[in-house]
Design a protein around this ligand. Structure first.
Ligand SMILES: Nc1ncnc2c1ncn2[C@@H]1O[C@H](COP(=O)(O)OP(=O)(O)OP(=O)(O)O)[C@@H](O)[C@H]1O
Ligand SMILES: [Mn+2]
Length: 270
């Protein structure tokens, strides 16, 4: 099998580092004695107590999203340099690591998936909570029926200025935050209603029922998507908010930042 080692060995020869995605403790330990190899652990939790760690907001089902998040995070945290080549080891089929990808960290080829969480106006935990809520809503729907929803997160003052109420605001005088289980139930209940939810940087629900009126000029959203996605994308170009949109028609959750679509996830995969 020496021949195969030569061929597959190219995948990890001369790499600048190894990124282990959610390794088990025993897997991680096997790297401890290797010399001259920088080991970066990427995962939703640092179970193995690695000293170099990039936290994932969720275990991205899409492998390229998972790897991009890890590399963009490692670049941002200055763990690796632009142009470094990494062997990224992750699991595709089961719980154990079964796949190695050789990937070059290219700062110019920046998807913004890490920035969406770590470099948005809103608190990363707030972005994560809203994304989880949208995924859950996509899985369950409202009383079994598919439901759509639009969450605009961060820079709430400006978002309020670029929108108008469709109805009375049920959150008018309340001081409630996303992530609170009762609030999550309320948000799911109100998702039947028209318009957008506006959420502050700190996660306070500022309003429901907002009709967004951003200028949609020059905003590029995937073909086939309608007014909800157009408004959700455009508001993130006119303000420093990000938006998370659940589509009633195709069931996918999409995130927008700076007028661009950054992430697309299928709730059924979680
Ligand atoms: N500018 C807007 N601001 C807030 N909500 C909006 C806006 N435009 C549309 N919506 C909401 O989106 C809903 C669906 O509109 P539409 O079908 O055109 O969007 P879509 O992008 O195709 O979304 P979906 O994939 O869920 O159908 C509307 O009923 C309304 O509640
Ligand atoms: Mn539609």
């Amino acid at each position: 099998m020496a021949g195969l080692d030569d061929v597959f060995g190219d995948l990890f020869s001369n790499v600048d580092g190894v990124a282990l995605f959610s390794p088990s403790g025993s897997y991680y330990e096997r790297f401890a004695d290797l010399e001259d190899v920088e080991v970066i652990v990427v995962g939703t939790e640092n179970d193995v107590g690695a000293s170099t760690f990039v936290e994932l907001p969720l275990e991205f089902e899409d492998i390229s999203d998972r790897i991009r998040f890890g590399l963009e995070g490692a670049l941002d945290q200055e763990i690796i340099d632009d142009g470094d080549t990494l062997a990224c080891a992750t699991s595709v089929f089961g719980d154990d690591i079964d796949t190695v990808s050789r990937v070059r960290a290219d700062a110019d080829n920046h998807t913004g998936i890490y920035d969406l969480f770590a470099r948005s106006r809103a608190d990363p935990e707030v972005v994560k909570s809203v994304l989880e809520l949208a995924i859950e809503l996509g899985q369950k729907g409202q009383k079994g029926k598919p439901v759509g929803a639009l969450f605009v997160v961060g820079d709430a003052g400006k978002v309020m200025n670029k929108s108008r109420p469709l109805s009375y605001n049920p959150f008018e005088k309340s001081h409630v935050h996303v992530g609170d289980p009762i609030v999550d139930v309320m948000l799911k209940e109100f998702s039947r209603l028209d318009g957008a939810f506006v959420i502050s940087d700190a996660g306070k629900i500022v309003s429901a029922y907002r009709y967004l009126e951003p200028s949609a000029e020059g905003v590029d959203i995937p073909k086939g998507l309608g007014a909800r996605h157009m408004a959700g994308g455009a508001i993130t170009r006119d303000t420093n908010a990000i938006s998370i949109v659940l589509s009633e028609s195709d069931g996918l959750v999409r995130a927008f930042k700076a007028g661009e679509i950054i992430l697309e996830v299928d709730p059924e995969a979680y």
